[in-house]
Design a binder for this molecule. Structure first.
Ligand SMILES: *Cc1c(COP(=O)(O)O)cnc(C)c1O
Length: 387
């Protein structure tokens, strides 16, 4: 390839003139925050995902935090999550004082292994655990039908971390399609609008649910714990100005400026999803029957491809080599249970062997809708020439 390539990151946002116009429109309006664009974005997002309710928040981490609050996580709670995720999926339990248990991932899908969860549940007295936070890692949808069944057996709630998977879906045993975060099986689901994610607003997040009681709590916790005029939950009412702090919440609001950017981005969500799947298909074909191991989703699972992960023998060698070619691959993730903070709470090497083995070999290679075919060919050529 004679052509000099621009640096190629593993993921990046796509901002169009329409997006910029949407931001300017809101900047010129009467509301920079707490205005009409919040409810408008929530309604559009709920419609896209297929959930009844959506609550916009400051970022994905805030979404996880108020979700744990709404589900009643406290100092006596024990919650199970995956070691292969962004640490926020576990940290949210700690914000509420609860204890995190890591269940190892399945070696093929790199999703939290339901059999490991079952073992954990069976090896503790009934009632030990309160909930599960499964992650649609890389965009591969969790088999939520099986998780719901297990959760119901043990009286657990499910908080789905769907940050990687807007648009991802699977077809259940009865032929019904479930979209990640559509509220049909998990109690709550959360999304992030960080620039590397499918929908980019800089910072931003969303919680989706079909449960009205949880929805009301989320709205309260997002804004200090305040209950406002017009809400029948007011305990007293002194007049038109009156509002009431009933519980302790936070300021986790998402501003109108960013919500309108989200509305504009959401209009291209289907297009971006299809482009991600097309890019994945080209990688799948290029790496078939080579030393590059890929993750091919099982039948009936439609992968959202936030990340395209490969596994190779010499991961560090490949990472360093690609950097010399201006290809900036990334590693997702350092296992959360091996982070010094969680080691300090008692987890250790050997707790999750599949996650630890995966971490030694994984690399996320460029995956974003505006990746050109020429750039992708270059990435493929360099990876194959290294291995
Ligand atoms: C990005 C991400 C988060 C956190 O989202 P922020 O908006 O950055 O706070 C949580 N979980 C997963 C799996 C993520 O990828």
């Amino acid at each position: 390839m004679g052509l000099k390539m621009n640096p190629i990151p593993y993921g990046k946002q796509h901002i169009t003139n329409e997006d910029i116009a949407a931001v300017i429109e809101t900047l010129k309006s009467s509301f920079l925050t707490s205005g009409p664009k919040v409810a408008e974005f929530e309604a559009a997002f709920a419609q896209y995902i297929g959930s009844k309710y959506a609550v916009a928040v400051a970022n994905g981490t805030a979404a996880l935090h108020i979700s744990c609050m709404a589900l009643g996580v406290n100092a006596s709670s024990k919650v199970i999550t995956s070691p292969i995720t962004f640490s926020a999926s576990a940290n949210c339990v700690r914000y509420c004082g609860g204890k995190v248990y890591f269940a190892d991932v399945d070696a093929d899908t790199v999703l939290i292994d339901i059999n490991k969860i079952r073992k954990l549940l069976e090896s503790h007295p009934i009632g030990t655990f309160q909930g599960i936070i499964p992650v649609d890692f890389a965009g591969y949808p969790i088999d939520m039908q099986a998780f719901r069944k297990l959760a119901d057996e043990y009286g657990l709630w499910i908080l789905e971390d769907a940050c990687h998977a807007p648009g991802g879906n699977f077809t259940d045993n009865e032929g019904v399609i479930h979209y990640c975060g559509d509220g049909s099986l998990a109690d709550l689901a959360i999304f992030s609008f960080h620039p590397v994610k499918h929908i980019a607003t800089g910072e931003g997040g969303m919680v989706t649910t079909n449960d009205e009681a949880l929805y009301k709590k989320l709205k309260q916790y997002r804004s200090h714990g305040m209950v406002y005029q017009g809400d029948s939950a007011l305990i007293e009412n002194h007049g038109g100005w009156y509002m009431e702090l009933q519980e302790l919440g936070y300021n986790y609001r998402m501003p109108d400026v960013l919500c309108n950017l989200g509305i504009s981005q959401l209009k291209r969500a289907n297009e971006g999803f299809n482009q991600r799947q097309a890019i994945a298909k080209r990688y799948d074909e290029a790496f078939a029957n080579t030393k590059v191991k890929t993750i091919i989703p099982k039948e009936k699972f439609s992968h959202a491809y936030h990340l395209y992960v490969i596994q190779v023998d010499d991961r560090k060698g490949l990472y360093d080599y690609l950097r010399t070619k201006q290809i900036f691959a990334q590693v997702h993730y350092v296992p959360v249970h091996l982070m010094p903070y969680y080691k300090g709470l008692g987890s250790k090497k050997g707790d999750c062997p599949n996650a630890e083995n995966y971490y030694e070999h994984c690399l996320s290679i460029p995956m974003y809708p505006t990746l050109t075919q020429e750039e992708q060919d270059f990435v493929i050529k360099e990876i194959l020439s290294f291995v």
